[in-house]
Design a binder for this molecule. Structure first.
Ligand code: ATP
Ligand code: MG
Length: 330
């Protein structure tokens, strides 16, 4: 046993006030490894504490050797976190570097539609099946163009105020408060004159009143507006049988793009990103892409197969194995 590990053991019992001075001057191995891991991951103490599930002040005090509570408990949690991180690194090391975005035919269509909306300051609607690559394409467009904001809606953002709060946060207004009129005014001030594009993802969750509110931001500021989501988005815009009530919104849609399912080209592009090109492999991936979840399922199966193959070439049997292990039904 080295001297250093002995020191760790001395430190384990809960320290009393009078022990404090000794503790401060004794760095432990776990502390150093923790500091190094945070440095490597570029994690702040607060972010690391959140991952470890301890309070930031406990981590800070423990790192300084000043923690007055159970050091053993903190160390146990830190060790768990460190070893889970090590396992993740091992897996990541075995995987090929996968781009977070690749130019699939469907995503290029989505990006073109967004570009039109921004350039023309128009309203566009992009809708379709789950897992066809809508959200990843929106993010790619935002990350490569100025003044593009994505607000993602959820079932609880249907009413006007929560919907506006999401938009306020997306455009960088912190802690928007004060009711719909006030938040809408702050948003208008923020986006006016930017020639920007406001993207609402999962727009099917919005009530008609909230959709009208988005339209009014577009009307007042001239920025582009993209309403993106599942098939229900478009149905909501047309208003079904009560179409006349929705004419104001519907008549403003300059371009709409419907992508029901991924194309063969999309599957090929995704497979190529993992260096998979064989016919048997592509046929199987195509079959997976035709199931609900589409490219999401394909991505998961590819990642699983690559992970369990430890970086070896991905074969059709590895894909089958991955697919069945992920609980898919053929
Ligand atoms: N162009 C792409 N580049 C990288 N990954 C992609 C691309 N297209 C699809 N994917 C993969 O497919 C998965 C699903 O894509 P995404 O989340 O964008 O689907 P979506 O159309 O927004 O689905 P939903 O309607 O369920 O929100 C992504 O997590 C990613 O793994
Ligand atoms: Mg999505």
């Amino acid at each position: 046993m080295t001297e250093e590990t002995n020191i760790v053991h001395i430190e384990r019992p809960v320290p009393t006030e009078s022990d404090m001075d000794t503790l401060v001057s004794v760095p432990t191995d776990a502390r150093e490894r923790m500091r190094e891991a945070m440095r490597q991951a570029g994690l702040s103490q607060a972010a690391a504490a959140r991952e470890i599930s301890i309070s930031p002040s406990a981590l800070n005090q423990w790192l300084q050797g000043k923690y007055a509570g159970s050091n053993e408990e903190i160390e146990g949690k830190v060790e768990n976190w460190l070893s889970a991180r090590g396992r993740k690194d091992d897996v990541a090391g075995a995987l090929p570097a996968i781009p977070t975005f690749f130019r699939s035919p469907s995503s290029l269509k989505i990006i073109d539609t967004l570009a039109y909306g921004q350039m023309a300051g128009d309203i566009v609607c992009i809708y379709g099946g789950p897992g066809v690559g809508k959200t990843v394409s929106l993010r790619q467009y935002r990350d490569t163009n100025p003044s593009v904001w994505i607000a993602t809606m959820a079932p609880d953002s249907a009413p006007v105020v929560p919907a506006l709060e999401e938009v306020a946060e997306a455009v960088g207004i912190r802690d928007a408060a004060g009711g719909a009129r006030k938040i809408a005014r702050a948003i208008r001030r923020r986006v006016e004159g930017t020639r920007g594009l406001l993207i609402i993802d999962e727009a099917q969750h919005l009530s008609v009143a909230a959709l009208e509110q988005m339209r009014s931001i577009h009307d007042a500021t001239g920025i582009g507006l993209a309403l993106v989501g599942n098939e229900a988005v478009y149905a909501r815009l047309t208003g079904g049988t009560r179409a006349s009530h929705f004419a104001q919104l519907f008549s403003r849609i300059g371009s709409r793009l419907f992508i029901s399912r991924p194309t063969i080209g999309d599957v090929r592009a995704l497979a190529a990103a993992w260096n998979v090109k064989g016919k048997a492999e592509l046929d199987l991936l195509q079959q997976i892409a035709s199931k609900p979840g589409a490219l999401r399922g394909v991505s998961k199966v590819l990642a699983y197969a690559a992970m369990s193959g430890g970086g070896a070439e991905i074969t059709v049997s590895a894909l089958r194995h991955a697919w069945s292990n992920l609980g898919a039904q053929e």
